[in-house]
Write a protein that binds this ligand. Structure first.
Ligand SMILES: N[C@H](CCC[C@H](N)C(=O)O)C(=O)O
Length: 284
């Protein structure tokens, strides 16, 4: 019987099982299966997936994220805030500003500290990627998908695609409570026009600096929040003239609020909470 120590953390209810790979050893070929197992609420711990906090050659720490279906994602906004919290509190980094390596590149983290504990973090998520080649999605590689009509389940929808290092497709609705998250989400997630799959977001515009948001995540289904998705939603809303670029926009997610700014320099800043739920030993 093998075991490893874990910390369960969440960002606005988007919760993952975090493993400190500076101290634990997990076999690469087991990671996908471990992600599925720990995520199971009946026979595991219960979570949206697994996140590894790893050594890096280019930053103090590296984040790897696995969804609850075992697939590996390339970025995770809520996860980055929790990794930043863990790294600061476990002295894996020096000071409140540091870089984190992800599979989609380096991001910059700034933690907000009270009584030596991180309450929230601001992550500079870098620039959004907008060409169809970068999403990735089928179509002319250099073209962007902004308010493009696409047919899903026999019906036309105006959609906008944004990558924050992971792919997102944004749908606009008049009433977020009635958004077809459970019906349309799984269909779009696996649509063959997205060769790596896609995270699916539904957005209701409230004002030029406020929106409601729900998500069906690639590889995890419905989650309480999606940080990269919220960033993608703000970028899409600015591109569609619905919200104001360069202004902090509040995104209301099921689990709470994120503050997102697509700055004039092109990078996207995301600020929100990060919390520890529990720690323990997992036996497998
Ligand atoms: N919940 C994460 C996104 C996970 C992305 C993952 N579902 C994928 O891209 O495969 C977030 O806060 O950004």
């Amino acid at each position: 019987m093998k075991s490893f120590q874990f910390t369960k953390m969440h960002g606005l209810g988007n919760n993952y099982i975090y493993v400190n790979m500076f101290e634990e050893v997990l076999e690469e070929k087991e990671l996908s299966e471990i992600a599925v197992e720990v995520s199971n609420i009946h026979t595991g711990i219960g979570s949206d997936g697994l996140i590894l906090i790893c050594p890096s050659e280019v930053a103090p720490v590296k984040m790897r994220i696995f969804n609850n279906d075992g697939s590996e994602g390339k970025n995770c906004g809520n996860g980055l805030r929790c990794v930043a919290k863990y790294a600061y509190e476990h002295k894996l980094v020096n000071g409140t500003d540091f870089q984190i390596e992800t599979l989609s590149g380096l991001v910059k983290a700034t933690v907000q500290v009270e009584n030596n504990l991180v309450k929230s973090a601001t992550i500079n998520m870098g620039d959004p990627r907008l060409t169809k080649a970068e999403i990735p999605m089928h179509g002319v590689e250099t073209e962007k998908c902004i308010s493009e009509t696409m047919i899903f389940n026999g019906l036309p929808y105006e959609v906008t695609a944004v990558s924050m290092g992971n792919p997102h497709l944004i749908f606009y609705v008049d009433n977020i409570e009635a958004a077809p998250v459970l019906t349309l989400g799984p269909i779009v997630e696996k649509d063959r026009r997205f060769p790596e799959g896609v995270n699916v977001e539904f957005v209701e515009i409230v004002s030029k600096t406020e929106l409601h948001f729900r998500v069906w995540e690639r590889g995890s289904g419905v989650t309480q929040a999606c940080g990269t998705g919220a960033c993608a939603a703000v970028v899409a809303s600015v591109l569609n003239g619905q919200t104001t670029g360069g202004e902090e926009t509040v995104v209301h997610l099921a689990g709470g609020d994120l503050y997102i700014n697509w700055t004039p320099t092109g990078s996207v800043l995301m600020t929100g909470p990060a919390e520890v739920i529990c720690e323990g030993n997992y036996y497998y």
